[in-house]
Design a protein around this ligand. Structure first.
Ligand SMILES: *[C@@H]1O[C@H](CO)[C@@H](O)[C@H](O)[C@H]1NC(C)=O
Ligand SMILES: *[C@@H]1O[C@H](CO)[C@@H](O)[C@H](O)[C@H]1NC(C)=O
Length: 615
């Protein structure tokens, strides 16, 4: 079943004229001027008067010949310099993540550990160039093979990081010279990830980890995820597990997880809140994640409390030997603090502790272990820059619903939607639109659409190797319905649902559906490594940003940075912004095609593919 506009959907723009051809035209015009100039012995003004109509004529002819792509002509008429393609950045920027320049922050006077925080002020400057892939870069393997074997040349890893000791790293092994294999899910559990997961399930009173989902554990935040193997295992149990870790210059946990096709984002516990609303996760996990939980007067534990839903779990496996007195001291301090915030130590086994957050909001105010004040106001639209708070959040929220009480289905019930102030009809309509849109976008993702015989929307799904999409970003996610559509179509993808700040804050709704997402200001770079997404999708983002006054060129350059070579971009918007973006894609060397929905609206699709550039 396809909705009516789909069958009428067709590609109306022809292939764009090759750049060489346009250049040839410019050159011919200049030759013409030169010829006319030299053949004329009269005064200067007669030359110009003779040349003018010719230029005009040529221009018109050009325009007629290339009506299919008048945008480039518009650019052409503004002068050849505007057509300049960006060059590749230097090798030192291969793994460049803006906003994390520690030495720059120190120079700017930022200290106390906050130099490791996100600071974007200085990152906006600098030359505009395209991030170059490493010399040995190879397109990742398809899911699920790519989860267990990655190309070592795609990451910035040092030899020591392969060989470093410790149980968490032993499961990393070098297969061949250029591949790294992770044996996390092979059934032998040499590495213990499965045993560990089962142990946690037992500690919270379940028979096995396959019962997590039914017990209300749907979303997990894995702080400092190592190589992501625990997350990979939980994902196989249908738990949305997102890895969050600090920016790391080499051996980045976030880069590695994303390379394996596992959800991850840069974030840290220093002075700011994580970019999530309160009551976001069912479980927060830290295995030797390096956070000094007893530091900062318990502010980091308060942040965990803020992020956990009522009845959610905090799983901690501290670093170091159990005999070390330092660790003993830290644990005592943590245990004292957890009593103040109404957490219940469910179990302790070996080196692992599991606490449960209270389901009773009034516990915080009737606590006889010492009161921590409730936060005054719910800070609704949080992004990366909200400072940590020394108070308890979320207790007055309508979303204060114990995880054990949530409905068992994967779609939200009308009552649950109303908690978010959303009309069920709106939501279901959006879901229908997303479902049919997905069917069409997906079928367009083939290099065929850039050829003379473009693929028609609704044609068969593209065959491998083009169908290699795992990490998807919805840059303007609204209710998260594209994500829901992907799930329903059983595509093996996960979606980073980005809610632009200043749009309606639907992030709580997205997270409550068991998806992942983040609030983000698209005038700034996204906290991820280069080449970490396979598909970027944005509906209505361009017109939103145009009204915000940020640079579309910078946005496209940022998209190019986070998109892997041969990755896809689908932009849906009204004609004006699409035309503008189409003209700019030439400069970042994307293949691009504008597609008319042909239903009388001025909505257009811009489908692009990033080429695999080496120079
Ligand atoms: C970091 O900041 C320093 C000082 O401002 C600057 O010289 C350097 O180029 C910056 N590094 C990057 C990668 O932007
Ligand atoms: C045309 O299709 C687009 C894409 O779904 C939709 O947003 C728009 O409302 C439609 N316009 C008309 C006039 O039907």
């Amino acid at each position: 079943m396809r909705s009516p506009w789909l069958s009428k959907f067709s590609v109306i723009f022809g292939p764009r004229p090759p750049l060489n051809w346009l250049l040839l035209c410019i050159i011919s015009i200049f030759v013409l001027i030169a010829l006319l100039g030299s053949s004329s012995s009269s005064a200067f003004d007669s030359v110009t008067s003779a040349a003018k109509p010719n230029i005009y004529l040529n221009y018109r002819k050009l325009k007629e010949q290339a009506t299919s792509d008048y945008l480039e002509l518009k650019t052409l008429s503004l002068g050849p310099s505007r057509l300049r393609e960006f060059s590749l950045c230097g090798k030192e920027r291969e793994n460049y993540v803006p906003c994390y320049n520690v030495s720059g922050n120190l120079l700017a006077g930022v200290s106390n550990g906050e130099e490791f925080d996100r600071h974007c002020e200085a990152s906006q400057e600098g030359q505009q160039c395209l991030i170059r892939p490493p010399k040995d870069y190879k397109i990742p393997l398809t899911w699920p093979a790519g989860r267990d074997v990655i190309w070592s040349g795609n990451l910035k890893l040092t030899k020591d990081q392969f060989l470093s000791s410790g149980s968490m790293t032993k499961r990393l092994m070098l297969l061949e010279e250029n591949q790294i294999a992770f044996h996390s899910d092979d059934g032998y559990s040499h590495d213990g990830v499965k045993d560990y997961s089962r142990q946690i399930a037992e500690m919270i009173g379940l028979a096995s980890d396959s019962e997590f989902f039914q017990a209300g554990v749907r979303s997990v935040l894995d702080i400092g995820c190592g190589f992501g193997s625990f997350g990979a295992h939980l994902l196989s149990l249908k738990l949305m597990t997102v890895c969050i870790a600090a920016y790391e210059l080499t051996g980045s946990q976030v880069q590695l997880a994303l390379e394996r096709g596992l959800p991850a984002i840069i974030g840290n516990f220093i002075s700011k809140q994580l970019p999530y609303p309160s009551l976001s996760f069912d479980m927060i996990h830290c295995a030797q994640c390096g956070i000094v939980w007893d530091g900062k007067d318990g502010m980091f534990l308060l942040e965990v409390d803020r992020l956990l839903k009522p009845g959610g779990y905090f799983v901690l496996k501290p670093r170091g030997h159990s005999l070390s007195s330092k660790k003993g001291h830290m644990l005592t301090a943590i245990e004292e603090f957890t009593q103040k915030i109404c957490w219940n130590l469910l179990a302790q086994q070996d080196e692992t502790f599991v606490w449960q957050k209270t389901v009773e909001a009034h516990c915080y105010t009737s606590n006889n272990h010492g009161l921590i004040p409730l936060c005054k106001e719910e800070q609704d639209a949080q992004s990366y820059y909200h400072p940590l708070v020394p108070c308890i959040s979320g207790t007055t929220s309508k979303r204060w619903i114990p995880i054990q009480k949530r409905s068992s289905g994967s779609l939200l019930s009308p009552a649950e939607l109303e908690v978010h102030g959303i009309q069920p009809e709106d939501f279901y309509e959006d879901l229908q639109i997303s479902k049919s849109a997905l069917r069409n976008y997906w079928s367009l993702l083939t290099p065929l659409i850039f050829s003379d015989h473009p693929k028609r929307p609704g044609d068969e799904d593209p065959l491998p190797p083009y169908n290699m999409i795992r990490n998807v970003m919805d840059m303007n996610a609204h209710y998260g319905c594209l994500n829901a559509a992907f799930m329903e179509a059983k595509k093996s993808v996960w979606v980073m649902n980005v809610v632009p700040i200043k749009e309606r804050n639907t992030l709580p709704l997205i997270l409550d559906q068991g998806f992942t997402g983040v609030l983000h200001d698209w005038c700034e770079p996204f906290p991820t490594y280069p080449r970490t997404y396979d598909l970027l999708y944005a509906n209505g983002l361009l017109s939103h940003l145009t009204s915000e006054g940020c640079s579309i060129m910078n946005l496209l350059l940022e998209m190019d940075r986070i998109l892997r070579p041969e990755g896809w971009v689908v932009l849906c918007d009204i004609l004006g912004p699409i035309e503008k973006a189409r003209a700019l894609t030439t400069q970042i060397r994307w293949e691009a095609r504008v597609i008319d929905l042909q239903n009388g609206s001025d909505q257009r699709l811009l489908v692009c593919q990033k080429p695999f550039l080496r120079k």
